[in-house]
Design a protein. Structure first.
Length: 428
């Protein structure tokens, strides 16, 4: 007996050679049809739903150009359910008349101001809002969102628009394409456009091939269980400060190295955040360096982040207090800046000025902490991860039940980390 070949995976489909119809799932009615160089998904079902019903064929989409096998299965199931629940011919799926008359500008602003604003930080929202405004300068104020549907050649239009507005910026292209896809998805849910007509639901080819520039090896790549890698050399340059960075910048950089948190938190530290009784720094959840989402902040579900202090950190802060202790912020701006404290890029720029451009960034220091902590200390990865301010333990089922802080173990790690930096050459 000859077995039936099921085209139930993308790799299988790519290898098909014979011109014929291949079932995707047994008894589902969904097939992959190959005709010459074309491969497309097609669903077949009876309508009306009885023995005398005529078998109707519904084209699902072209393989890879429009849809992959997982999405084709999902879409076909959605069509069958819709057809049976509404007693309508499956060919009519997605053919609901668009009577909204909404422009893309109206829908984009509605989505941004009523949905997206509650999902991201203010800084991210403002950046994405600016990107949409750039898109609107190309599209105009009068373009109906229905005219950008996939069946009205909306996809090639959007592709040309993105390439024109954001040339030579692959990362921005991907971000804006994704954001616009969410806007079109919102329009589908609100029935401003027909179902399954999102022109940007599928990535463009140039997105999947985009790669970030590969830099030289960072400290984390040179660390082993027997070697501190380039760390001693780096600390020597920090101590020398040959670029003549200001005292505040120099101390902010050393605080960043010692306190195991993002530089965005370090630069906005306030003196009032220090709790002398517990000898710890208490970072409020609204501090943007903690990367809490706006909707989480509004719901009150975010916790404060604790940075246990150490004798080494206290020594640094005592030195800093002589410079800025009379001000609100530990690291106030150096004058002429829009922020009352040092900018987020200050520490990273100081790394570059010290000669470490392309070798080490402020953010990559988190990799150094993680790698050294795992290789050289006896503490678990999760202890280090929590101290760095990551929140992976809050995801999924565990997030509903886990209320642990691991604070005592984090204190132990911070003491080990501070002493290790001093032993390897850091001078406060």
């Amino acid at each position: 007996m000859t077995s039936i070949f099921f085209a139930d995976s993308n790799p299988k489909i790519r290898k098909l050679k014979n011109n014929k119809s291949y079932p995707v799932q047994p008894k589902s009615g969904l097939s992959l049809v190959k005709r010459g160089t074309s491969k497309y998904f097609e669903g077949r079902m009876r309508f009306p739903f009885n023995a005398s019903g005529k078998k109707e064929s519904v084209k699902i989409g072209v393989f890879e150009k429009e849809i992959l096998v997982e999405d084709a299965i999902h879409k076909w199931n959605e069509i069958k359910v819709w057809s049976k629940n509404n007693n309508k011919n499956p060919k009519l799926f997605g053919k609901v008349q668009n009577a909204s008359g909404k422009t893309f500008k109206e829908v984009a602003n509605e989505y941004m101001d009523e949905v997206y604003v509650h999902r991201v930080k203010e800084e991210t929202f403002n950046d994405r809002k600016n990107k949409i405004n750039q898109v609107l300068r190309y599209i105009g104020d009068e373009m109906l969102i229905a005219d950008l549907q996939r069946d009205r050649r909306g996809r090639p239009y959007c592709k040309k628009m993105l390439k024109t507005v954001f040339p030579h910026a692959p990362v921005q292209l991907t971000r804006v394409r994704q954001l616009m896809s969410w806007i079109f998805g919102y329009a589908e849910r609100e029935e401003y456009i027909q179902q399954d007509q999102n022109p940007l639901y599928i990535k463009f080819d140039w997105e999947t091939g985009t790669k970030r520039r590969v830099s030289e090896k960072t400290f984390a790549d040179t660390i082993t269980s027997k070697s501190w890698g380039m760390l001693p050399k780096f600390l020597k340059t920090v101590n020398a400060n040959e670029c003549n960075g200001s005292v505040v910048t120099d101390l902010a950089t050393k605080a960043h190295l010692l306190m195991c948190i993002r530089s965005a938190v370090i630069v906005c530290l306030e003196w009032d955040w220090y709790d002398p009784e517990e000898d710890q720094w208490v970072i409020p959840p609204e501090c943007k360096g903690l990367k809490n989402k706006r909707e989480q902040l509004e719901s009150g579900s975010c916790e404060k982040h604790i940075i246990p202090s150490t004798p080494e950190i206290n020594q640094l802060m005592k030195k800093l207090k002589a410079e800025t202790g009379w001000q609100k912020y530990c690291f106030p701006s150096l004058g002429g800046q829009k922020n009352p404290h040092l900018g987020e890029s200050t520490i990273n720029n100081h790394f570059r000025n010290l000669g470490w451009k392309g070798k080490q960034t402020a953010h990559q220091w988190r990799s150094v902490i993680t790698t050294l902590g795992i290789e050289r200390s006896d503490l678990d990865y999760e202890v280090i991860d929590r101290q760095l301010g990551r929140k992976g333990h809050l995801n999924g089922t565990r997030g509903h039940y886990d209320r642990s802080t691991l604070l005592e173990k984090r204190k132990e790690f911070m003491k080990w980390w501070s002493k290790s930096l001093i032993q390897e050459g850091l001078i406060i």
